[in-house]
Design a binder for this molecule. Sequence first.
Ligand SMILES: *Cc1c(COP(=O)(O)O)cnc(C)c1O
Length: 401
Amino acid sequence: MIWYPYEQMKTMKTPYRIRKAEGVYLYTDDQKLIDSVSSWWSVIHGYRHPELTKALTDQAERFAHVMLGGLTHEPVQKLSDKLQSWLPGDLDYCFFSDSGSVAVEVSLKMALQYFMNRGETRRTVVLALEHAYHGDTFKAMEVGDDEDYHFVLKAYGKSQNVIHIPTEIGALEEAFEKYHDRLNSFIVEPLLQGAGGMRMYDLSFLKKARELCDRYGVLLIFDEVATGFGRTGHRFVADCVLPDILVLGKALTGGYIGHAVTVANHKVFNGFYDDDPAHALMHGPTFMGNALACAVALKSIELFEQGDYLSRISRIEAITRREMADFRHPSVREVRIMGGCVCLEVNDPAVLEGYQQFAYERGVFSRPFLRYLYAMVPYLITEEQLVRVLDTMKQWFKERT
Ligand SMILES: *Cc1c(COP(=O)(O)O)cnc(C)c1O
């Protein structure tokens, strides 16, 4: 029996069974649904993309996987070369892994060991944001701040190694003043906090964070597992403010296979690069650099570059703003829009009960959580399809006055 994610198995409703998926559509036996979730924000080019599928099957004909311990291969080398030239600044060293959570773990391990290798053993604390989500593995949970996902951690009591602050410059300055000699890193989902409730904040906060990290020698980590590849309207937020370590996942493979990467800059890499074997990064997920994942990721990046995606995303944002301009409802606390993300935060989660089935009947797949009804659509969506997604959201509230 399948144990489903984030569900009370005793009361969960039967999931929709997908028979086929193509473009923005998911097909069940009796319905054709626009996927407004992009399979957890990863399927940016849509389903069953001929070129992605071909990249994958061509590689499968050669070999699907060899380990990176003692071996290497063309797809992983090409992907790391591509990322090195494509990513901003001197983010040049790619450590691959099989999921976003693991890539976050790797980033935090890198930051800690960077200072341990230098003998700065006091720097054990990570600064993180309130409402952060960085994945469901243990250290990722600890830097996360969402009881709804991670309440099991309460069993350990309050963490001694993580400090959470709100996205306010005053709180940021205060935290650095107080803890700077104990901090190894500051980890953020830049501009858009996803699973913590699609919370959006200003670039000035990140600029300040960069400044303070520089002043106190703290490493800045951007978890762009969700925001990377255009979701905020920027290609990467790292294009605006440069982190020391960048984490990518989700859309990296266009949603075809789980894969992620932790990209370090020269400063971080050089903190490991010496004659002492004990200074090596002792990490190695079995499926890191999987050849199928690398081949499809390379093709996905090529599509992103050639398809003028940033214009597509700003068009999605413009249509969303236009459609939501006059929308008001007493149950809706706030409408937030950034790039290819729109979120309606309601006052009471009960308001969203039944929405998923309502949307299903109108040809839209949606998965609201807690107080958040959102859409993160595939970028190839047409205006008509996008308006349909947004109309469905608005219609739900119209019928509830
Ligand atoms: C989804 C997500 C992760 C975890 O990625 P998985 O591939 O699910 O392990 C980490 N960080 C952020 C910001 C995410 O949105």
